[in-house]
Write a protein of this length. Sequence first.
Length: 60
Amino acid sequence: MRFQKSRENFEFFIVAGLYGLSIVSVVTYAAIDIAGHQVKADTYAARAATPSDALIGHRH
């Protein structure tokens, strides 16, 4: 009986560990994805803030 109980605990820890790993991986992927979008937004804002050659050419 005691072996059965310890085995149930062992399976519970395996399942809990897998759930924990999946949650951590999803959160990590989401953080990397959000950071990637933030970098794209920053480069777009920097590009929009600097006048392009076409705009400078049309000012004459």
